[in-house]
Design a binder for this molecule. Structure first.
Ligand SMILES: Nc1nc2c(c(=O)[nH]1)N[C@H]1C(S)=C(S)[C@@H](COP(=O)(O)O)O[C@H]1N2
Ligand SMILES: [Mo]
Length: 362
């Protein structure tokens, strides 16, 4: 007889019960108690269970986006460093230069072809294993400091460089793109990203002809990201990679914002990759390093479970590993995976074949 030993990392990208199932169970319990006329007790019990109540949109916007007033010196003149009151108290705030990008103009070339996902759903239900394997990382991001931030571009290029968020805001051309997103777990969403084409950033560094791949790395801060120490066997830092042709493709985007505002921490603040024709795990969050390489780089999920998660990872409805990929459900339709949410047919390259199919003709 053969035993299948379940390694801890067989749980990611789960076949186990979704969080939403617990939510609705809790909801049912609350309704039941309300009918029994003991709603007050129901509230208290929910608190004791420890899951808390439904967050507001404000709770989920974990990167503050307000423009605090400029401080002035005691003699009434403007602060010479142009700082704001809140910057002095909390140096983690975005600068005026960063904020000047918003609102970016929408590029109408890209359309969802479906309803836009409610903002709350896209901010509440996230995958970010550095914080948690549950979907509710927004509850664990408090200590994470996405500002100030530096991204390093190195490897096979003539102009290796380090850029901060102001450099990026000044040098890149920003726009808003309405993209579909498809997670390998079969949930999908339609969200407006603010950002710029990765090609712009890579061109700054002047890649050498020998550069065939682009490796990207997430920040590795166990003190700020509780999921890292919780899963010490995982190959941290999270890393992903693209071929240079994929990286230079028009669709390939670096997002700094979502829904016209700065990215919340749980969505990959301050910079995350967006490759809408690939499974979501390629969309690496909170990037600190971009390296041009000659060899295909090792990636997080491919290292952990190579038989499930290939390097290329293009959305493919014919795929049956790790499970059938021929349909998907939309975030915000609440019922979730087990709740009988409406399922839509999945398209090859997530419907972006006109941009990327040419990359894969052999
Ligand atoms: N660093 C890092 N990036 C990551 C992940 C992660 O766990 N860590 N999860 C990936 C997965 S599986 C998906 S589906 C998307 C989810 O993006 P969202 O949470 O903003 O919807 O982020 C991807 N990027
Ligand atoms: Mo995913």
């Amino acid at each position: 007889m053969q035993y299948f030993v379940r390694r801890p990392w067989d749980l990611p990208h789960r076949e186990i019960t979704e969080e939403s199932a617990y939510h609705s169970r809790k909801q049912h319990r609350r309704e039941f108690l309300q009918v029994m006329g003991i709603a007050g007790i129901a509230g208290a019990t929910t608190g004791l269970i420890g899951c808390g109540s439904e967050p507001t949109l404000e709770d989920l916007q974990t990167t503050p986006t307000g423009r605090p007033p400029k401080i002035s010196a005691s003699d009434g003149t403007a602060d010479p460093n142009n700082r704001t009151t809140q910057e002095l108290v909390d140096p983690g705030l975005p600068t005026e230069v960063e904020l000047a990008v918003y609102p970016a103009e929408r590029n109408d070339e890209f359309q969802y072809g479906r309803d836009e996902t409610p903002e709350k759903a896209a901010l509440q239900y996230t995958n970010f294993y550095e914080f948690s394997q549950e979907k509710s990382s927004w509850q664990l991001v408090r200590d994470f400091k996405p500002r100030p931030w530096t991204v390093e571009i190195d490897g096979l290029c003539d102009k290796p460089m380090q850029l901060d968020l102001d450099d990026i805001a000044k040098k890149m051309t920003f726009e808003e793109r309405a993209y579909r997103h498809r997670c390998v777990e079969t949930w999908a969403m339609c969200v407006p990203w603010t950002g710029f084409e990765l090609a712009q950033l890579i061109q700054l560094a002047e890649p050498k002809p020998s550069a065939k791949y682009v490796r990207m790395e997430t920040v590795n801060r166990p003190d700020e990201m509780p999921g890292i120490n919780a899963t010490p066997d995982y190959p941290w830092p999270y890393a992903e990679g693209l071929t240079i042709e994929e990286a230079m493709n028009k669709l390939t985007f670096i997002a700094t914002g979502i829904y016209g505002k700065l990215l919340p921490k749980q969505n990959g603040s301050p910079l995350r990759l967006v490759t809408p024709w690939k499974y979501g795990f390629k969309c690496i969050k909170s990037i600190v390093k971009i390296t041009l390489t000659a060899e295909q780089p090792k990636t997080f999920w491919n290292t952990l479970i190579p038989e499930r998660y290939g390097f290329t990872a293009n959305v493919d409805p014919q795929e049956t590993i790790p499970w059938p990929q021929n349909s998907e459900w939309m975030l915000g339709t609440n019922e979730g995976f087990f709740g009988g949410a409406k399922r839509y047919p999945t398209e090859k390259y997530n419907g972006y074949g006109e941009y990327v199919a040419k990359l894969y003709v052999s």
